[in-house]
Design a protein around this ligand. Structure first.
Ligand code: GTP
Ligand code: MG
Length: 197
């Protein structure tokens, strides 16, 4: 799918103020610094569309971007940001979980996992929570340019195996590098397929 237009719409903490749920929507979530905002920029080929930073905790709000005037990409704040206060963390929990469970036009959640690491409990727990809620999700292994393809494949296999303890079937995955802009067309194709159905 070609992205002909990609525009920022709004930032929110209040689920009641989100854009009207008329268009299909896809959200990116994962640990702070995993590369959610960078992936949105790579997918849309627009460098500064979503704000990125070397420091974790950059994205703090629910950010809506409209693609081809037809569907939304949503950049969410990351979880597991150690330097934030407990109060902040529970605020995050509240508003993100409210968004994920209540957003009626949310078609699919992309859970981003850092491909450099062995399975992390926080990511496995988060996928389990999505599963318990019956929320559809797909996996994206980010920053694949940072190590060899063999290492990436090993970590992907380990993560899928970790999920198999809790799921009968593990969702499809993508391997991406926002630096090299790889894996982004595959994600867009998956979104296109859902939009058609
Ligand atoms: P929060 O908004 O804080 O939750 O972070 P985020 O998940 O949106 O991460 P962000 O896109 O801001 O990227 C974090 C850092 O990782 C930045 O320094 C990016 O340049 C870097 N980064 C993101 N994706 C990639 C990638 O595919 N390859 C490499 N080498 N660096 C990446
Ligand atoms: Mg971000």
């Amino acid at each position: 799918m070609l992205i002909k237009s990609a525009e920022f719409v709004c930032s929110n903490t209040d689920v009641r103020q989100l854009p009207a749920p008329q268009l299909p929507e896809y959200a990116f979530i994962g640990r702070s610094n995993v590369g959610k905002s960078s992936l949105i920029n790579a997918m849309t080929r627009r460098k500064g569309l979503a704000k990125t930073s070397q420091k974790p905790g950059k994205t703090q709000l629910i950010n809506h971007f409209i693609m081809n005037e037809d569907w939304y990409l949503v950049d969410l704040p990351g979880y597991g940001f150690a330097q934030t206060s407990k109060k902040n963390r529970s605020e995050w929990e509240k508003f993100i979980r409210a968004y994920l469970t209540k957003r009626e036009n949310l078609q699919c959640i992309f859970v981003l996992i850092d491909s450099r690491h062995e399975p992390q409990k926080i990511d496995v727990d988060f996928c389990c929570w999505l599963g318990e809620q019956g929320l559809p999700f797909l996996l994206v292994f980010t920053k694949a340019d940072k190590q060899s393809a063999v290492k990436t494949d090993q970590n992907v296999a380990k993560f899928r195996k970790a999920l198999l303890k809790f799921f009968e079937e593990v969702p499809q995955h993508f391997i991406t590098s926002s630096e090299l802009k790889t894996g982004t067309d595959e994600i867009l194709a998956a979104i296109h397929e859902v939009n058609l159905n």
